[in-house]
Write a protein that binds this ligand. Structure first.
Ligand code: PMP
Ligand code: GLN
Length: 463
């Protein structure tokens, strides 16, 4: 086919010689191909835009304090760096392939570590899959379970990739919103992410005979709705509906160690009857402040996991061995220190809680109204006052207000954040375009730089 098209082109540009003829033939070949067949696969329709690409690029163009994309800008703990060094300079066989579904010491420690937490006997060979980050875990899961026409219930606001991953698999996203419920007594106080609730009847109404998967994210990105929001009662509601309608629950728990104010994370897989229908996703990037390592995992029953292994063996096949070895050492260390003050899972949330509180105080000083998160490393903040005062920002009217606001803030205030409407389905975006998301997993120096920019902003606001 390609050879035929090239021959036609060469025939058409026949009289031309040398390089020029080659270039014209290439151009003509390109035109012939695009005319003859549709190049992008249909599964890419409508998903070419990506907010992380757009806003990270924009932030890089300006002199900003970057509080947008979620990554720590401080070093990982020493033990994690040493583990990676050991993996790189130790056994030379760690430079080679390992087992397709995970480096054995890693699958073994994940099985024993999470087995205790979930109250479940976990087999390293059949109940654990190591993936390229939690992104890889999500993609493998959607490809393995979602078929043409299957419905996937997505609770919004949601980590944005759930929608394109559903669509790419041929599924139909069905959205249900968390909504802020304010009691009059709370007026004047800061809102809390636990006040964003699911309406039980609305949630129940979203289940149909076509529902295959419900995806849960707790603690939630971008809201930080954590263990208190997704209280045991809320999780039981979701669990009950999944069981009643024979639906698989995919639970994205990448921020499970980032919970504040002494709360405890609850995994839905630990509720009665849920292990058999739940896939639990985690990320070493969030767990050990090493987002660049891109090690993630899925835990679940073999009857679901075997389909994920089919996708994995025919796509990635195998994840980088050294990064897996380092993560295995980190979990082995955490297993020994579990629950003690020396545990990173105890230290990290304490440190990050200070960052959260610092940011909350600072944002309030310019009239922003943060919603206090119980988990994750993000907070959303209400920009309604700005929307009223500055309704005509460039682009307002063409796109949701929060997107114009973030662009304006990057260019004029030197602060980068992420508009919250990117975490909503298209019909809801206008309803939630008065929030933006800040990331607070940042070094003290970054938070102080933020303070200086906010102080300057405050001075500009003076009449
Ligand atoms: N899920 C959520 C909710 C996230 O915020 C992220 C952040 N990247 C991911 C999954 C992907 O994690 P990873 O970096 O391990 O691919
Ligand atoms: N999960 C991170 C965030 O929400 C990073 C997402 C990304 O870069 N694609 O900021």
């Amino acid at each position: 086919m390609f050879r035929n098209a090239a021959a036609i082109c060469l025939h058409l540009v026949g009289p031309l010689q040398g390089k020029k003829a080659g270039a014209s033939a290439a151009q003509c070949l390109h035109q012939t191909l695009t005319m003859a067949k549709r190049l992008p696969a249909r599964r890419l329709d409508g998903i070419d835009h990506n907010p992380w690409v757009e806003y990270s690029r924009l932030a890089a163009e300006y002199d900003v304090v970057n509080l947008g994309q979620g990554f720590p800008d401080f070093p990982p703990p020493d033990f994690a760096v040493e583990a990676f060094q050991q993996a790189v300079s130790g056994d030379f066989m760690l430079n080679q392939y390992t087992k397709a579904f995970g480096y054995p010491p890693l699958t073994k420690i994940l099985a024993s570590f999470f087995g205790k937490l979930l109250g479940q006997e976990i087999d390293p060979l059949t109940n654990v899959l190591v993936t390229v980050g939690a992104y890889g875990a999500l993609f493998t899961t959607f490809q393995a379970l979602v078929d043409e026409g299957d419905e996937v219930i997505i609770i919004e606001p949601f980590f944005d990739c759930y929608e394109p991953m559903t669509l790419m698999a041929g599924g139909r996203p069905v959205f249900v919103s968390l909504r802020p419920v304010r009691s009059p007594a709370e007026d004047g106080k800061l809102e809390n992410s636990s006040n964003w609730r699911l309406d039980p009847e609305e949630l129940a109404s979203k289940f149909s005979p076509r529902t295959k998967v419900l995806i849960l994210n707790t603690p939630n990105n971008p809201l930080g709705k954590g263990p208190q929001v997704y209280s045991r009662a809320e999780l039981e509601l979701v669990a009950g509906l999944c069981q009643q309608h024979d639906v698989v629950c995919v639970t994205d728990e990448v921020y499970q160690w980032l919970v504040f104010d002494g709360h405890q994370h609850i995994s839905i897989a630990s509720l009665p009857g849920m292990w058999e229908r739940t896939l639990t996703i985690g990320s070493a990037g969030k767990t050990f402040s090493t987002t660049g390592w891109k090690v993630g995992w899925v835990l679940g029953p073999d009857h679901l996991m075997k389909h994920l292994r089919t996708v994995h063996q025919n796509s990635i096949y195998h994840c980088p061995t050294q990064a897996q070895a380092a993560v295995a050492l980190n979990f082995e260390r955490e297993q020994q220190h579990f629950g003690q003050p020396s545990s990173y899972f105890v230290q990290l949330p304490r440190t990050i809680q200070h960052c959260r509180d610092h940011m909350i105080r600072s944002l309030q000083s310019v009239g922003l109204r943060p919603v206090v998160p119980q988990g994750s490393y993000f907070l959303v903040t209400d920009i309604s006052d700005f929307k009223k005062r500055m309704p005509n920002l460039p682009g307002a009217g063409d796109e949701p207000y929060d997107r114009c606001f973030v662009k304006w803030m990057i260019k004029n205030k030197g602060l980068a954040a992420i508009p919250v409407s990117v975490f909503f389905s298209a019909p809801q975006q206008k309803n939630f375009d008065h929030y933006i998301r800040f990331c607070f997993v940042k070094d003290e120096a970054t938070l102080q730089a933020m303070d200086r920019r906010l102080q300057k902003w405050k001075e500009d606001l003076r009449p």
